[in-house]
Write a protein that binds this ligand. Structure first.
Ligand code: HEC
Length: 156
């Protein structure tokens, strides 16, 4: 009887362990996918700002909406068991720095600011001049500022 309980308990532990590993890879993939989407939209934004692509208000709205969506979802994608991306099938040259977990309150505050800035831009941008000003500020203060402190570029 005791042995059966024991066997059942360790089977449950194995199942839970595997579940945790899958969940960890899942959040890493989710946060990277959201950031890659930001990166794709930022490329379109840069092309419009430089005049390589004509200014398009619908495209501008999509850019800011993508940023807002990422800002809303990202803060929940850094559980303690997702610190190391080593061995993850989705690991690439970018990974979060340890500061994400030692300064989580500030990290989350940056996402809140990023979301607010994107929302405000989405509501106010009307033309190329206002678009350039908004995207320039977001790129420097939000994307650039956060990456400086919280994104590690692995040198491998
Ligand atoms: C509050 C913090 C924060 C903000 C704001 C932020 N990022 Fe990131 N970004 C990160 C972190 C941390 C990573 C590392 C990936 C991870 O956490 O797994 C990252 C990774 C990336 C990557 C690499 C994704 C990959 O793995 O290939 C791109 C591209 C990127 N960000 C673009 C942007 C752009 C563009 C903006 C602004 C429009 C932005 N990010 C705003 C924190 C931020």
């Amino acid at each position: 009887m005791i042995r059966t309980v024991f066997a059942a308990a360790s089977a449950a532990a194995i199942v839970l362990g595997v579940g945790a590993a899958i969940a960890q890879q899942d959040v890493i993939k989710q946060r990277k996918d959201l950031m890659k989407a930001n990166g794709d939209q930022a490329k379109i934004a840069a092309a419009m700002a430089k005049g390589e692509k004509p200014f398009d208000l619908a495209a501008a709205h999509k850019i800011f909406a993508t940023f807002e969506d990422a800002a809303a979802k990202m803060p929940n994608l850094y559980p303690a068991n997702s610190k190391s991306e080593e061995g993850s099938p989705v690991a690439d040259k970018f990974s979060p720095t340890e500061k994400v977990w030692t300064d989580m309150a500030d990290f989350k505050k940056r996402f809140a600011k990023f979301g607010n800035d994107a929302k405000k831009a989405n509501a106010t941008v009307k033309d190329l001049a206002s678009f350039k000003a908004a995207i320039g500020a977001i790129g420097k203060n939000d994307c650039g500022g956060c990456h400086h402190d919280y994104r590690h570029e692995n040198k491998s």
